[in-house]
Design a protein around this ligand. Sequence first.
Ligand code: AMP
Ligand code: FE
Ligand code: FE
Ligand code: ZN
Length: 291
Amino acid sequence: MIDLHTHTNQSDGTCTPEQLINKALEIGLEALAISDHDTFAGYDQAVPLAAQAGLELICGIELSTRVDGLSSTRGRSVHLLGYFLDQGPSQQFRTWLLEIQENRRERNRDLIAKLQSLGISIGLEEVQTIGGNLTGRPHFAKILLQKGYVSSVQKAFDIYLADSAKAHVERVEPNLPDGIRRIREAGGFTSLAHPIRFGKGNLDEVDRVIMRCLAEGAPLDAIEVYHSDHGADDCQAYLALCEQHGLAVTAGSDFHGDTKPGIELGSGRNGNVSIPKRILDAMRAGLRSRL
Ligand code: AMP
Ligand code: FE
Ligand code: FE
Ligand code: ZN
């Protein structure tokens, strides 16, 4: 068995790269992809450890991207997975990721200023203490709650942080076709992450997104069919979409450690994912046939 969607503490997971590798070895995974949000820091740290342990480690990334005009994702970003299967990502791609990270830091600085102008006394350091490399709005919400400015995390979003709320500052995110193009140009394989985010049974919108990327010259390679948040019926539906569009299948638990309790590495929620190695073999075959 393998797992192709996992996070370390270099994004919003709680396991260090070393702990994640040890867990993978404990449960006997044959291959593990680290797919942190917007960073390779966890993967890079894991490379020598995995090599020493004889574990096949795959370089992955999960990008938050914008797609205009979607009704189902309620303004939330669409997640795109990228896998660098046979060779690492290009230097150009790594540089581009640094830009994305800088955009986030800049947004965070502006958000602090805007909150302060509304009479809220919070500092970037305290937010970063809990958010680390991937400090974002959920961490701002926690601090607002801790300091008594709001009575719940959701209120922090509703009043200050949500896209239409009074302190909102837009973060620059790539659009989906741009993300796909960047990953492909860097030698990677793309997959639409956890399509359940478009809403259960809302296959029309997933279909439209696939077609739109194709029309813009940025075809997806795969859909993440198997995921901890997908029921058996969802998996069947996404599998049919893959067949219809000639897309490959990817799969992963989306393990985050204690950030998402109830999701286990390699097996998902109560064993609802179980990923054979041939999924990875088919991804490699798909990548080679493209070249
Ligand atoms: P960021 O990447 O820093 O812009 O934060 C995005 C995260 O904030 C999302 O992944 C959600 O977890 C959370 N979020 C965004 N909008 C809302 C909202 N209206 N209500 C609750 N959580 C939200
Ligand atoms: Fe995450
Ligand atoms: Fe995701
Ligand atoms: Zn994820």
